[in-house]
Design a protein around this ligand. Structure first.
Ligand code: SF4
Length: 110
């Protein structure tokens, strides 16, 4: 999910973003820009506002989604590890089968 951010501390209140994209930007009581809507973030007006900001304090970020992807990957990696544990158990069972076979053969020989 994208997130629209204005670093208000760096804003000089020129009004470019508010003029270009009033759907997403407005002045706060200090005359500085802030985000007023998180809807329709694919709008080209946002890109125009980002490009027009003279101090480049507007950004549209994807960070949150990437973090979640990494968490899922870690879980998947853990699942893979569990698969390996099962494989080891299966290997041990196979070994036990071999022991039984040897015993059976010994019985047969006797
Ligand atoms: S364009 Fe940039 S400096 Fe101008 S009001 Fe918007 S955020 Fe502030």
């Amino acid at each position: 999910m994208k997130k629209l951010i204005v670093n208000t501390e760096g804003c000089i209140g020129c009004g470019a973003c508010v003029g270009i994209d009033p759907e997403h930007f407005d002045f706060n009581e200090e005359g500085l820009s802030h985000v007023i809507s998180e809807e329709n973030l694919d709008s080209s007006a946002i890109q125009d506002a980002i490009a027009a900001c003279p101090v480049q304090v507007i950004s549209l970020e994807e960070a949150q989604e990437e973090q979640n992807d990494n968490v899922i990957s870690l879980e998947e990696a853990q699942e893979e590890q569990n698969d390996n544990v099962v494989s080891l158990e299966e290997a041990q069972e196979e070994q036990n089968d071999n022991v039984v076979s040897l015993e059976e053969e010994e019985e047969k020989a006797a």
